[in-house]
Write a protein that binds this ligand. Structure first.
Ligand code: NI
Length: 170
């Protein structure tokens, strides 16, 4: 069990598209377990590999965030193959974008294909919160943060705030 450091904006790895996972070996299994420890500790409802400094196309999520049951899902090499509708994700946040919660427009329904932790193909249809979490985490795998999906004015305000925080910390 290991709690990993969560990378935060403006870390370059968060902007870097990930690479497909090949064989699901011990290193990947260990990474999944460490990501789960890290997600529940945070706490968060999802975590993507770039957030812990990895370039692998892999996410985990658990919309219950229940640290006792720990019934989390793993998606390896996920792709959104279908999306429709529009909803406002209210007060969306991200462990890699501290101190910001804001509304984000998301698709209301998504269909995602990928593999589970055993490498078996999965095909998920999701709406509501789960659809939002899947879109948010899969965005991470393409180097996209939720602040890339808000107005440039809101984004600029946040960037200014981060710069101020960084100055204070050095
Ligand atoms: Ni995030």
């Amino acid at each position: 069990m290991a709690i990993l450091d969560i990378r935060t904006y403006p870390d370059e790895i968060l902007k870097t598209p990930t690479k497909q996972v090949g064989e699901i070996d011990d290193t990947i299994i260990k990474m999944i377990e460490d990501m789960a420890d890290t997600m529940y500790k945070a706490p968060g409802v999802g975590l993507a590999a770039p957030q812990i400094g990895s370039d692998k196309r892999l996410i985990i999520y658990d919309i219950t965030a229940d640290d006792v049951v720990r019934n989390y899902s793993v998606l390896i090499n996920p792709e959104i193959v279908e999306s429709r509708g529009e909803i406002v994700s209210e007060g969306e946040g991200c462990l890699s974008v501290p101190e910001l919660r804001t509304d984000v427009k998301r698709a209301e329904f998504v269909r995602v294909k990928g593999q589970d932790r055993e490498g078996k193909p999965v095909d998920i249809e999701a709406e509501g919160i789960l659809a939002i979490v899947l879109q948010h985490e899969i965005d991470h795998l393409d180097g996209t943060l939720f602040i890339d999906r808000i107005s440039s004015l809101k984004r600029q305000l946040y960037i200014r705030k981060v710069k101020k925080m960084m100055k204070k910390n050095t």
